[in-house]
Design a protein around this ligand. Structure first.
Ligand code: C2E
Ligand code: CA
Ligand code: CA
Length: 745
């Protein structure tokens, strides 16, 4: 800073007025001074008195207000005022003092310096007021000669400048701190760099102007360097490549600094930040004088420390990039898209769409992997061209893209248009089609992930029924699907928490009334104590594959119970276990069965698997082979729900099974007065022909029992005999049953 002369008489003022001393550069910002007085003469006199003066190398600029109210308005919009020369008596006797209070309290402006002036020498504010409102000086107007006024103003400006320095320094630190916690890479880096700029300027006690940070990655060549933060007159250069900087000396200094990887103090100051082996930053600032050795040292320490910060911000940026950007097509990825949906979904005009390429796997397979990548990149470009900047694009899965935009920009028609023209990839012309689903976001806040899930449900449906088309998603579809998803996740938890259990329903020999076995039936009681019927959760478990581990658990648990029953003396007791299609299809099913039988030490002949008729409907050869393997182990097989499927009789004949279970619907429709007219009768006849044992399920009445017995059905199961029961009860039941045979004739 220039040395301010001590002013004792007007001669010195002459000396200061001399323009040869520290002629201010045209670009130097003046100090802004507000003159507040209701007398026009005072304005004029002050202006003339202070004309052409410079303080600390900067000229003065004057603003004028003729009332406290007018002054307030100016202060409210101008944050850069350094000093207010304020008349005390204006609209009212204490209008000036009132204004002081409002500046500090209402405008919350602690930095502007205030010099009170009054025409009445006797009128002085309390010393307390001066202190409370941080008033710099109090003078009578007559007292303000050129020298006095200048002294007063210089002191005020210096103290204003100090206050600003402290504020700036604090702001710089705040920016740096905020930047290291900021997420978005570009913003964080820019913010951080701005913080560094502000901080360096505060250290050097200069205005945060004329400063640029250039970043270089990879090699230290010009092309890779960009301006990432710029202040003051360099503001326009933000984001421009270094070689495009208009001022050659600045450009050269930055380039040299980056290539030589060191600070330069010759033309302005160029500071080097060593971020990593391959990356550096350079900050340039206009400064008239060379920094003193003390300042240099300070700067070196500062730069060394800040380099680590730069490195962290960059690292963070890279992590962010990896976490939220698709590296192949340079679009936001699924994670980022979910965030974007959440940010935008409260806008009722927004539509969310998913676009999934049809048969992309085949294309990628038929050509090569690299070509597939190129196709995806071309699709990203095509989407950008079709939808323009209004629509946000993302890549949400292999060949699926997410779109988010206003309704008239994003609609089925537009989506249908995307692939109207073929794409050219690597000189090849390819025709693509895509299926899309759309959801109108209704303006309610929602979870981005859920909405995306809804869109994928609609997409799956679309793929099934209308490939190449775009269609809207209905709410009901989503609700049901979400409900199912929730239930599935609960079921998973329940299974791992061992909250599934088995009940056992006795199977009765109709002729003797003896219990010959039991069917194991799965139960799920939720944490809230609610029982969920298996008809609801088993299909879910089947669709998700969860039935495989659950089924193994059922098999193992049922076999353990069987082992125990045998130990209790119920030799020959048969345990019927339901096996789903999805389980049966597993390649490891038979070895698993064998292992369980061995582990539980049960005789294979006492175990019966209940398979539904539909199993027989596909790939009969594979089924026959598997059934044969199971039979070879000695395990029995029953066809469950028999008669409800559509298997042809010839197919049935080929299947090597032991038992047919007559579905309970046929039992219920039995007409005791005409038993021969029912389907049950047909099934029993068929079973006899094939030498199969027949078991009827869902027997609820004595009449049904009698009918079935008369038809020749050997076994039965149903509420008439017993409801499904826990294992303890079954053990009791068996203990009683072996004493008194349950024949009901
Ligand atoms: P399902 O194999 O046809 O089982 C017979 C169902 O009829 C059982 O229902 C049983 O409680 C019920 N039932 C028994 N006696 C009567 C009666 O007299 N009247 C009536 N109306 N119903 C009777 P549940 O236990 O709700 O099981 C429903 C279905 O869930 C089963 O039908 C079976 O397909 C499936 N399931 C049950 N446990 C398992 C299992 O461990 N694994 C597999 N894969 N499926 C299972
Ligand atoms: Ca069954
Ligand atoms: Ca059944």
């Amino acid at each position: 800073m220039s040395d301010a002369p001590s002013l004792d008489d007007d001669d010195v003022v002459q000396f200061i007025d001399d323009p040869s001393d520290q002629a201010p550069a045209a670009s130097v910002e003046p100090w802004r001074i507000l003159i507040v007085d209701d007398e026009a003469d005072v304005h004029e006199a002050t202006r003339l008195t202070l004309r052409d003066l410079t303080i600390e190398g900067r000229p003065l600029a004057f603003l004028h207000a003729y009332s406290a109210r007018e002054a307030y308005a100016i202060l409210a919009r101008d944050q850069t005022l350094a000093v207010v020369l304020l008349d005390v008596v204006m609209e009212s006797d204490d209008a000036g003092l009132q204004l002081v209070r409002r500046i500090r309290d209402e405008l919350d402006n602690p930095s502007v310096r205030i010099i009170l002036r009054t025409g009445q020498p006797g009128y002085a504010p309390e010393i307390e007021t001066i202190r409370a409102y941080d008033i710099n000086d109090y003078r009578s107007k007559s007292d303000l000669t050129r020298v006095r006024l200048f002294t007063s103003l210089t002191v005020a400006i210096r103290s204003y400048w100090q206050i600003r320095q402290i504020e700036m320094s604090r702001r710089g630190l705040e920016l740096i701190v905020a930047a290291s916690t900021g997420l978005n890479r570009l913003r964080a880096l820019q913010q951080f760099a701005e913080g560094v700029v502000t901080q360096v300027c505060a250290l050097l006690n200069i205005a945060p102007e004329g400063l640029i940070c250039a970043s270089s990655s990879g090699s230290f060549t010009d092309e890779s360097s960009l301006v990432i933060a710029a202040a003051g007159r360099y503001r326009e250069t933000i984001h421009r490549p270094l070689p495009e900087l208009p001022e050659a000396p600045v450009r050269d200094a930055l380039q040299r600094c980056l290539v030589e990887r060191r600070h330069l103090f010759t033309h302005g100051i160029c500071l080097y930040f060593n971020v990593s082996e391959t990356r550096g930053m350079a900050a340039y600032l206009d400064i008239a004088r060379e920094p003193c050795p003390m300042d240099r040292h300070l700067l070196e320490v500062f730069c060394a420390n800040v380099s680590v910060g730069f490195e962290n911000v960059l690292l963070h940026g890279q992590l962010y990039d990896l976490a939220y950007h698709d590296q192949l097509v340079r679009l936001p990825n699924r994670n980022r898209f979910i965030q974007l949906i959440e940010e935008k979904c409260t806008d009722p005009d927004m539509t969310l769409a998913l676009l999934d390429l049809d048969d992309f796997a085949e294309i990628a397979l038929a050509l090569d992997h690299r070509f597939g990548d190129l196709v995806l990149q071309a699709v990203a470009v095509r989407l950008g061209q079709t939808f323009g900047p209004q629509v946000i694009l993302a890549r949400v899965a292999g060949d699926a893209f997410g779109l988010l935009g206003p309704r008239d920009a994003l609609n089925p028609d537009r989506l249908q248009q995307v692939f109207a023209d073929p794409l050219t990839v690597h000189g090849e012309t390819i025709r693509l089609s895509a299926t899309s689903s759309l959801i109108r976001l209704n303006g309610n806040p929602a979870r981005g992930g859920e909405l995306l899930k809804d869109a994928s449900i609609a997409l799956k449906q679309g793929k099934r029924f209308g490939r190449g088309k775009a269609s809207y998603f209905s709410d009901a579809l989503g609700h049901a699907a979400r409900e199912r998803m929730r239930m599935l996740s609960d079921l998973r938890t329940a299974f791992s928490a061992e909250r599934l259990s088995l009940l056992f329903q006795p199977q009765i020999d109709l002729a003797s009334g003896r219990t010959v076995g039991a069917e194991a039936l799965l139960r799920w009681q939720t944490d809230a104590g609610q029982w969920i019927p298996p008809d609801q959760f088993i299909p879910l478990a089947e669709q998700s594959g969860l039935i495989v581990p659950i089924g193994e658990w059922v098999l193992r648990t049922a076999c353990q119970r069987l082992h125990r029953l045998t130990e209790l003396g119920h030799a020959g007791f048969r345990m019927a276990i339901n096996v789903s299609h999805a389980q049966f299809r597993e390649p490891g099913f038979v070895p698993m069965l064998e292992r369980v039988l061995a582990d539980c030490q049960v005789a294979a002949a006492q175990v019966e698997l209940e398979l539904t008729e539909s199993i027989a409907m596909e790939h009969i050869d594979a089924i026959t082979a598997k059934l044969a393997e199971i039979r070879r182990l000695g395990v029995a097989i029953a066809i469950d729900d028999f008669g409800t499927g559509y298997s042809s009789l010839s197919v049935l004949r080929q299947l090597d099974v032991d038992r047919l279970k007559i579905d309970r619907s046929f039992v219920h429709e039995l007409d005791p007065s005409h038993p021969e007219s029912g389907i049950a009768q047909l099934i029993v006849a068929l079973g006899h022909q094939c030498n199969l044992i027949m078991i009827a399920e869902g027997v609820e009445t004595e009449a049904q029992r009698r009918c079935l017995l008369a038809m020749g059905c050997q076994e039965a199961q149903g509420y008439l005999f017993a409801r499904p029961m826990p294992i303890g009860q079954l053990e009791d039941w068996m203990a009683e049953g072996s004493a008194t045979s349950r024949s009901t004739t």
